[in-house]
Design a protein around this ligand. Structure first.
Ligand code: DC
Length: 226
């Protein structure tokens, strides 16, 4: 039996991963799996259970990750994220929850729980998985690994426009500062930091349209022998 098709898309926030991953998954006919949304949902649950930043004791956050159910659901109206059955799709995008997501994602027990869930999902039906450690930790054996990136200023201005569109504007300097903090936290944590190996195809999305990014990835995934 042919193993399910797994495409890993890693890179820092604001690099255009979500748009590209969602479109690529639709073109390839496999599920889109937003692993960042899973860390965000656990971050939100931690916040709602009264944990405060910085998280100095990993145990309560690990307990939260063990006890919640996070589901990614594809609906005709778009992808939804459920936390214990409750739709938290919009809530997990709040800037404060980004900081909680980054904090809980540094805790090894939280990562173990979510990585095994991501592996289960990918093995069941294949998928385009978007995150920070998909090609290094979740599915290191996949031959299809992409690292999407762009300069911090470009990523911050994209994120600022996104937040404004969503009706939750935030000044650009704040967005840039928070993004640089998350970049540095995500890249310097001990467990599965954002990194890449020589088997990744690096795509700088600064000068490309979203369609251009998807076309480039699709071409490489489908090429004979690829
Ligand atoms: O991609 P995102 O901004 O939604 O991710 C939210 C946070 O979760 C981000 O700080 C990095 C972390 N994350 C992670 O550590 N590993 C993943 N596979 C996905 C996200």
């Amino acid at each position: 039996m042919t193993p399910p098709l797994i495409v890993a898309i890693d890179g820092p926030s604001g690099a255009g991963k979500s748009t590209a991953a969602r479109a690529l998954a639709a073109r390839l006919g496999v599920p889109y799996i937003d692993t960042g949304a899973m860390y965000r949902a656990v971050g939100l649950a931690a916040r709602e259970r009264g944990l405060r930043l910085p998280i100095s004791d990993p145990e309560p956050a690990a307990d939260v990750a063990q006890s919640v159910t996070v589901e990614l659901i594809a609906t005709s109206g778009g992808d939804r994220v459920l936390l214990d059955g409750r739709d938290v799709t919009e809530l997990i995008r709040e800037p404060e929850i980004s900081l909680y997501a980054s904090a809980v994602s540094a805790i090894p027990a939280v990562r173990r729980r979510l990585v095994s869930e991501q592996q289960r999902l990918g093995r069941a039906r294949g998928g385009v998985l978007e995150g920070r450690d998909i090609g290094t930790r979740v599915f290191p054996e996949t031959p299809h690994k992409f690292f999407l990136t762009a300069p911090p200023e470009v990523r911050a201005s994209r994120r600022a426009s996104e937040l404004a569109l969503r009706g939750t504007p935030q000044p650009y300097p704040e967005v840039l500062a928070e993004m640089e903090k998350r970049d540095s936290d995500d890249s310097s944590r001990e467990d599965s930091p954002l990194t890449l190996d020589g088997r990744y195809v690096v795509i700088d999305t600064q000068a490309l349209t979203p369609q251009g990014v998807v076309a480039e990835m699709e071409r490489r995934v489908l090429r004979p022998g690829g």
